[in-house]
Unconditional design. Sequence first.
Length: 247
Amino acid sequence: MTSPKTELPVPVLSYPHWRVNFRPQDYIEETIPSLGQCFQIVEKNRVRLRGWDYPHLSYRENERGQGTNWVASWSSFRGHLEYWRFYQSAQFLHLFSVREATEEGWREKLQAQTASHLSHMQNINLDKVPGFISMLNFIFCVTEIIEFATRLCQAEVYKGEVKISIQLNKIKGFVLTTDWDRFWDEYCAAGEDVLGKTWTIGSGALIADSAQYSLNVVVWFFERFGWLNPSTEVLRKDIEDYLKGRH
């Protein structure tokens, strides 16, 4: 199963959102023997590199659930909407809002940064742009996704190859931008409402160099926003610094 059949407890699908899916090489219905162990695996391997864990595991009983062969957790906190399931087959499905579009204050800040960076372009009305994507936050999100997959490989939840699908939804026209202290002079906007790809990666290769796979994903998406010559050296350093807690 790749998507929940029941109505979600949070309206994440109504907004611009990420869709993440991990699938093991071989489908075994009960790779993980119990639902309790499913929760334990997520708790032990979730990524905590900034104030919000990935994936977020709520300790509130009304923000957790389970089905025949899966466990779930969700949250709605200050504009951040999130829902995930982890199946006994080791499949992981995660839906979470694009925070730049749903959390208070992001649009104003990013639009002001973009106006400064693109002040040389007189024919752009940023008020009509549907949304903005922070390059740095995007890099952080991708790095967290890949790091969580890597930790599941290290825990031998995934052996052999793992399929990692990452998708952005409802983001047509969203514009890439960056912090005040970085040089940026390009207008790069998503031309399609859905952007996504599936990467098939060997668990050993992922463990050996997760930063490189994070970089591959980041570059793929940035090119689809129209940034066709991203600086891979700078982006790789951003990823490595984030993994080391320097951000």
